[in-house]
Design a binder for this molecule. Structure first.
Ligand SMILES: [Zn+2]
Length: 112
């Protein structure tokens, strides 16, 4: 399961950051996930709940911000958020090239 390895790397990153800021407890973690990254937010949350056990982030809440790929249509000029495998303009049907949507990073964390 891909989400599990992502949750594990996320946990490593959190532990490192918490150590640097001399935190005693991690309260909240915010991550950004692109809709084309292949990561399912709910699965990631479940995996995170597993990997955080017994760590400094034991009580941490995982907040997932989902961002969408955007497609710029050269025909009508419209910029639309697109999902996976949608590569045509919802307005005029012309072929568009999506950009973004592959984001996957730790945006913020709250510690005490
Ligand atoms: Zn268009």
């Amino acid at each position: 399961m891909h989400e599990l390895s992502v949750a594990e790397s996320l946990m490593n990153l959190i532990a490192e950051n918490a150590k640097v800021s001399e935190a005693r407890n991690v309260i909240k973690v915010s991550v950004v996930i692109g809709n084309l990254s292949g990561i399912v937010a709910d699965s990631l949350k479940l995996c995170f709940d597993e990997v955080k056990k017994g760590t400094i982030a034991n009580q941490a809440e995982l907040e997932v911000e989902e961002v969408f790929a955007k497609a710029h249509c050269y025909e009508c000029g419209k910029i639309s958020p697109v999902g996976q495998y949608v590569f045509s303009c919802p307005d005029c049907g012309e072929v568009v090239i999506p950009s973004g949507g592959k984001e996957l990073y730790l945006k913020d964390m709250e510690v005490e």
